[in-house]
Design a protein around this ligand. Structure first.
Ligand code: OXT
Ligand code: ADP
Ligand code: MG
Length: 577
């Protein structure tokens, strides 16, 4: 029975209990274990948030919907349950939509629930408060979109949204709830009966035995095999199976950014520090939960070298196969089931990968690690990226269960290479789009969903996209330590405008003190000018669990244009001096 169901007298004068759209939606969420909502209140969902909180749902109120949406998306990634974001109509909905599209692009399960204006007025375009045909706008940007018009359909509506978000390839789902729905009253017992507890929301998808055999045959014939682990493999939470498979095969593995830590970066088979070599020289590449998109140069071209390659791909989405290059051995299914089947098919006498190949990869890796090591030990002031990252690398080594949030350009690309990860799903970053603005939303959701300490390594530009949420972090007193790599701008702080008094487009106020922002809301602010100071401040923050923001002063000349992806940035050869 609904917690707050009202009593009323029906036409037959018999007393019966009533419920309404507010209560049914809350009951439906709770019934399905969706007990956290990330959002921004306002018309028509203000009371819904209050009532949800009163009913035991954790309601985390943000300063901007995009950050709430990003929080919901990463909650989905971390938990395999759809993260829920709640927005007001039109502008709030649109603010959340970027995050919904981001969730879909990254294959994170998320449900954006938005209040909306009255259908009758919207459809006649008569100018309702925050009028917008939200369902039509959301549709092309998400995996599925639904609208509920009647209270008795709330249960089915939410069930459809949950299944669409988590089954098959996960993604973002939009659920449109017009204002009138919330106040609709119905018989409480019938209302309870209308709710649906979703059973087996993401059913196992078992690969065909013939596909497994084909993949193993290709792998068996490889002289220089490589496994690429993507964030789909991390999402699948098949950590033990993946570890057993990789170790039994003896094949070098390359983790994509968010798959770092699925097996430790220090694992003897990890080829993260020999990336160019393994991509160029491998003859058989097995993709596990990774797409051959721009992050892997579409599986062709210079970075893949001259030698012909054979690709094996494990993915839950059949249409992913052959999307960029031919996949000679597609294995379609969920990663847990696929990897288990491969393991079983390998039997007891599987020959480990050829040792001349694994030896060559190890040698290259050790050379690169040794080359980088001295750069990480400098104590320069102002800091360069390597000096600052060297201390953060040690801190994560000492605190492997902390969650690392990372965005920026140089701040992202260099942190990815320098900071080793040791446990699955501990590194969360800009993902498939390379989007700035995920930072604070990810910090908040990571702290709330996992209860672990969070360390955010943020470019000063990147931080600006979601910086106001430091108030949210303080309000909920979350164990989040934000380190801002402050180089006075985007990529570098050294650009000048040679023709006028306006600043160049890539630079910010010089010598900004982001630490004062945190102090404004009662958190701890620290200004760090050397790696030693940075180390002390981060350790103090991680020990205390107090919301902390460290303004780490980085040499404005230290970065490069677009970090490691400068090749994607077109430059005019005709530009004026
Ligand atoms: O093998 P080789 O020799 O090649 O060496 C590789 C590894 O083997 C080696 N390595 C190691 N060596 C030693 N030891 C260890 N442990 C080790 N590990 C690795 O190191 C190299 C490099 O390895 P990596 O990184 O694996 O390889 P590589 O070649 O870089 O990989 C290729 C990629 C493509 C997979 C990789 O680069 C990647 O994942 N890149 C992601 C890039 C990305 O997404 N960038 C973000 C977008 S940039 C830009 O768009 C920005 N904007 C515009 C904007 C955006 N994005 N969004 C929105 C909403 N609006 C606007 C903006 C505004 S960035 C940006 C702000 C930037 O300014 P900030 O102030 O925030 O940041 P700063 O730059 O710091 O100022
Ligand atoms: P990365 O950016 O790390 O390379 P991508 O986001 O490109 O990773 O790829 C993730 C892939 O993982 C997607 O193609 C998605 O369909 C797939 N995927 C997600 N979850 C599962 C799962 N449980 N089983 C199989 N494949 C999955
Ligand atoms: Mg910067």
């Amino acid at each position: 029975m609904s917690v707050t169901a009202a009593k009323s007298i029906d036409t037959n004068q018999a007393e019966r209990e009533l419920t309404d759209g507010f209560n049914l939606m809350i009951d439906a969420l709770k019934l399905n274990g969706l007990t956290t909502i990330y959002g921004v209140p306002g018309i028509p969902i203000t009371d819904f948030g209050r009532m949800a909180q009163a009913a035991g749902i954790r309601v985390i109120s943000f300063r901007h919907e995009q950050n709430a949406g990003n929080a919901a998306s990463i909650a989905g990634y971390l938990t395999k349950k759809p993260g829920v974001c709640l927005t007001v109509s039109a502008p709030g909905f649109l603010n959340g939509l970027t995050a919904l599209a981001h969730a879909t692009t990254n294959c994170f399960p998320m449900i954006l629930i938005s209040g909306s204006s009255e259908r009758e007025i919207v459809d006649l375009q008569q100018g309702d408060y925050e009028e917008m045909d939200q369902l039509a706008i959301a549709k092309p940007l998400c995996k599925a979109a639904f609208r509920v018009l009647h209270a008795q359909d709330i249960g089915i509506g939410l069930a459809r949204a949950i299944r669409a978000a988590v089954s098959g390839r996960p993604g973002g789902v939009y659920l449109d709830l017009p204002a009138k729905l919330f106040g609709q009253v119905m018989d409480a017992e019938a209302g309870q009966k209308s709710l649906v507890k979703v059973i087996d929301a993401a059913p196992a998808q078992i690969p065909a035995p013939s596909a497994v055999k084909r993949a193993l045959d290709v792998l068996k014939g490889a002289k220089r095999p490589l496994i690429i682990l993507g964030k789909g493999a991390a999402y699948a939470q098949a950590d033990d199976e993946i570890k057993s498979f990789v170790e039994k095969s003896g094949i070098p593995f390359l983790p994509m950014s968010m798959a770092k830590g699925l097996l430790p970066d220090t694992h003897p088979q990890c080829a993260g520090a020999a990336r160019s070599t393994v991509l160029k020289d491998a003859d058989v590449v097995m993709l596990i939960g990774a797409r051959l998109n721009w992050l892997l140069s579409h599986g062709k071209g210079k970075s893949w070298g001259e030698a012909p390659k054979k690709f094996i791909q494990i993915d839950i989405e059949p249409k992913e196969m052959d999307s960029n290059v031919e996949i000679v051995a597609p294995v379609v299914g969920d990663i847990g089931s696929c990897v288990s089947a491969l393991l079983e098919g390998m039997g007891a006498n599987w020959a480990a990968a050829p040792s001349d190949w694994t030896g060559a990869v190890t040698k290259k890796r050790e050379e690169n690690v040794a080359k980088m090591a001295p750069r990480l030990m400098n104590n320069n002031s102002p800091m360069d990226y390597h000096g600052a990252l060297g201390v953060l690398r040690t801190i994560i080594k000492e605190r492997p269960d902390a969650i690392l949030v990372n965005e920026g350009a140089n701040t992202l690309d260099l942190a990815r290479g320098v900071i080793d990860m040791y446990q699955p799903r501990k590194r969360i970053d800009v993902g498939t789009w390379g989007v700035m603005g995920i930072g604070m939303g990810y910090c908040i959701a990571a702290a709330i969903e996992t209860g672990k300490p969070v360390l955010a390594v943020e470019g000063d530009s990147a931080f600006g996209f979601s910086g106001m949420e430091v108030e949210t972090i303080c309000r909920y007193n979350l164990p989040v330590c934000i380190v801002i790599f402050n180089n006075d701008g985007i990529y570098r702080g050294t650009d000048v405008n040679s023709v006028g008094s306006d600043p160049a487009p890539t630079v910010f106020v010089k010598g900004s003190r982001y630490d004062k922002m945190m102090e404004a809301f009662g958190g701890v602010g620290v200004h760090a000018t050397s790696p030693d100071e940075l180390k002390r401040a981060v350790n103090a923050a991680m020990d205390s669990g107090k919301p902390t923001l460290i303004n780490a002063v980085i040499d404005p000349a230290a970065g490069s244009e677009s970090g490691r992806i400068g090749n994607l940035n077109p430059q005019s050869v005709l530009k004026k001096k």
